[in-house]
Design a binder for this molecule. Structure first.
Ligand SMILES: Nc1ncnc2c1ncn2[C@@H]1O[C@H](COP(=O)(O)OP(=O)(O)OP(=O)(O)O)[C@@H](O)[C@H]1O
Ligand SMILES: [Mg+2]
Length: 466
């Protein structure tokens, strides 16, 4: 009250002197009164907001699991974000059915998100797609509470993030999450290694440990040899790789990527998408990837959420979205798709479950294959490079005749690339009795196309207007 009166401008210039004198007398008194309160509040806050370790925060919290046994890393419930002076007051208006535009006109407030619900499974690339202003970044920023949601819940591995104190939130962010942005945010005076290690340095991780982690991430994104380079000497694509390495350096379970590849020219962008798929095949992170580009969404997303005016209008796989667009907005997106470009192995491939390592013994491999009912398994080396397929009969023979696994791996099988058109993949599918391995340029196994996908292609192709 007092400060309100004091902050009012004096009416006449003549009052200025009296006003200044008054303030000079009263301000120190106010400060003195405030001081003990301030200390008390800080003390209480510290006490209540004491930082726990991530393990302590997660004590007694279980990660939810869906009907198919997938762990649900992120759960979003009834999430809304209104920008403006009295955000909560916009919610009843939205409930009455007012549109984003009407709310802006009548209240001056912007609806960033409204009534968003979805789950992200562990290890999937979940894409947020939509036109500019549809709410993609707002949603992503609510997931780690860089934006404070107006209503709703965000659960990370079963823990309600919206209820966490700031300190505990920071602990969760540090250990479990990373963000990769479009503008790489690199520090110009630091070399690549120290840029990648920066996040760990801020967390106070000892030098040798952080440099080791940074080096691992640099190798992962294919930048080995550039550790000592300064950002100014790198191309756009390489800078983006540094950004990605920094995101991976703290080995987060969840990676948030906002238009991370959008500034790159098409070829480099395509390379980066392949790189991400390759890394994902090895690390199985949970990735929330924002893009406004449908081709990119279809290529890298396990599932895609299409956003319009702050709402999620459809969630589905690439096939779902192409085959059964939920409304006109989605149809319009899908209409413009160049189907010959979109119907590729990369879109239809699934993560290979039937994986064995080429250095495993035949007995172990046979046990794994029989236990899981696989007739065929895909063999990869330690790094994840494709070696060939193993058939159960051959594994049996190897055990019986005491042969090494390498001798029964059949490397002479059809494989395809991420961008191989499905028409070509189907040719292979009809001549084999197993899924077709999808390899990147360096022979890493990034996925497999299953025979059932041929049916999906035909369905999607059925919608084709060509
Ligand atoms: N800090 C903010 N203050 C006010 N309004 C905001 C703020 N951030 C976003 N908005 C509004 O929220 C809505 C969603 O914006 P958002 O940035 O999430 O869209 P987007 O889908 O990421 O778009 P783009 O593709 O252009 O990045 C827009 O109407 C935007 O104007
Ligand atoms: Mg955005």
């Amino acid at each position: 009250m007092l400060s309100e009166i004091l902050n009012k401008k004096p009416l006449k210039a003549a009052d200025d002197k009296v006003y200044e004198w008054l303030r000079a007398q009263i301000d120190p008194v106010i400060l003195d009164i405030k001081k003990p309160f301030k200390y008390a509040f800080t003390y209480i806050n510290r006490k209540m907001d004491r930082s726990l370790s991530v393990e302590q925060i997660y004590e007694n919290v279980d990660c939810p699991v869906d009907d198919e046994g997938n762990r649900l890393t992120i759960q979003v419930r009834n999430l809304s974000k209104i920008f403006g002076k009295f955000p909560e007051t916009a919610i009843p208006l939205l409930e009455k059915g007012m549109t984003k535009d009407e709310i802006l006109k009548t209240t001056g407030m912007t609806v960033g998100l409204y009534g968003v619900d979805f789950d992200v499974r562990e290890g999937e690339i979940f894409v947020l797609m939509g036109l500019s202003g549809s709410g993609k970044s707002t949603l992503e920023r609510c997931l780690n509470r860089l934006h404070e949601p107006t209503t709703g819940e965000v659960n990370i591995e079963g823990l309600n993030l919206t209820k966490l104190s700031n300190q505990n939130l920071r602990a969760i962010r540090r250990k479990k999450m990373s963000m990769v942005f479009q503008n790489f945010g690199l520090l110009p005076h630091r070399n690549v290694l120290n840029n990648v290690a920066y996040g760990l340095e801020v967390q106070g991780i000892p030098e040798s440990e952080r440099l080791e982690a940074a080096q691992k991430a640099i190798d992962m994104v294919g930048l080995s040899g550039y550790e000592k380079s300064k950002p100014s000497s790198l191309s756009g694509g390489m800078k983006q790789r540094v950004g990605l390495a920094r995101g991976l350096a703290n080995d987060p379970g969840i990676l948030f990527m906002d238009e991370a590849f959008s500034a790159l020219d098409p070829l480099i962008r395509s390379d980066m998408q392949d790189e991400l798929l390759k890394i994902q095949a090895k690390l199985s992170k949970t990735i929330v990837f924002v893009t406004h580009d449908l081709d990119e969404a279809l290529k890298i997303g396990d599932r895609i959420a299409l956003m319009n005016d702050g709402k999620v209008v459809q969630i589905g796989t690439a096939e779902d979205i192409l085959q059964r667009p939920a409304d006109d907005y989605v149809s319009r997106f899908v209409e413009d798709v160049d189907r010959s470009k979109v119907l590729t192995a990369g879109v239809f491939m699934k993560r290979p479950r039937e994986l064995v390592k080429s250095n495993q013994g035949p007995r172990t491999v046979l046990k794994l294959m029989e236990g899981s009912n696989w007739n065929v398994a895909f063999a990869v080396d330690k790094a994840g490079k494709f070696q060939g397929i193993v058939e159960t009969d051959d594994a049996l023979r190897a055990v019986r005749d005491n042969l090494p696994l390498a001798s029964i791996i059949d490397g002479d099988v059809p494989t395809v690339g991420i961008d191989t058109p499905m028409s070509e993949v189907i040719q292979h599918l009809v001549t084999t009795h197993y899924s077709i391995p999808v390899l990147d340029d360096e022979n890493y196994l990034v996925g497999v196309v299953r025979p059932s996908s041929a049916v999906d292609v035909m369905n999607v192709g059925g919608n084709n207007n060509e």
